[in-house]
Design a protein around this ligand. Structure first.
Ligand SMILES: [Zn+2]
Ligand SMILES: [Zn+2]
Length: 235
């Protein structure tokens, strides 16, 4: 995305599923190797263990790089790991953050948080992975942008296949994710301006996802694409 990894010093993790955090190792080591000397990670209980395990896995690599003259700051030192302990929500304004961040627990099969980021002008909310919940409706009130799990968009892999294993997985996913229509209901009830549908399985029917969402939500709908950049500043 043309964002140098070493320039990212604050990272928010919704939950510890592999499809969301397996890239952390390269982000951590690569960004440090490129010069990042401080890092702050916010996420559910377990991120300390995950971070420390990653450091332990690569300790020889890290020690070698330190022996070349790199500072341990940004990987062994000056790393702040903030585990969200509160079962419902946290609000904090770190002195270095330009925005207020609120986290709220959502409905998934491991502890998972949605995040609301707001400054004086704009509000962006990320739902995390979640089944339909009033928690996101509350958190996303009047947001400019809601990035919302719509994993259950009709796709050519899981749904309507004769494979019973895939069908069982599809049934289980109903309790842990939203469909485009459910995502749109959340957006409508929260009165957000723009809804981004995301977290799709392979080979979804994008046009159908848009139609299902637009039947229930009157605002702008974006079918999220990997590495997409969305500007909320109309100016
Ligand atoms: Zn998940
Ligand atoms: Zn996921």
């Amino acid at each position: 995305m043309n964002i140098p990894p070493e320039s990212i010093t604050d990272l928010f993790i919704t939950h510890l599923h592999s499809d969301h955090i397996l890239g952390y190792g390269q982000f951590l080591l690569g960004g440090w190797a490129l010069g990042r000397r401080k890092l702050r990670v916010v996420g559910p209980k377990g991120i300390k263990h995950y971070h420390n395990t990653m450091v332990d896995l690569f300790k020889e690599d890290i020690n070698y790089r330190i022996s070349l003259g790199r500072s341990p700051r940004g990987i062994l030192e000056n790393v702040e790991l903030i585990e969200i302990e509160d079962e419902s929500e946290i609000m904090r304004r770190h002195k270095e953050w330009p925005v207020t961040v609120t986290a709220k627990k959502v409905v998934h099969n491991v502890p998972t948080y949605a995040f609301r980021f707001e400054d004086r002008q704009y509000t962006v909310v990320h739902s995390g992975d979640t089944a339909p919940t009033n928690g996101v409706v509350d958190l996303a009130q009047e947001a400019d942008l809601l990035i919302q799990d719509a994993c259950l968009a009709v796709n050519a892999v899981y749904k309507n296949t004769p494979n019973s294993e895939l069908q069982r997985i599809w049934e289980a996913l109903q309790k842990e994710h939203c469909s485009p229509a459910q995502a749109a209901d959340i957006a409508q009830r929260a009165n957000v301006k723009t809804l981004v549908l995301t977290h799709f399985l392979p080979k979804i029917d994008e046009e159908r996802a848009r139609q299902e969402a637009s039947a229930r939500f009157g605002g702008e709908i974006i079918i999220g694409q990997d590495l997409q950049t969305i500007s909320i500043n109309q100016d």
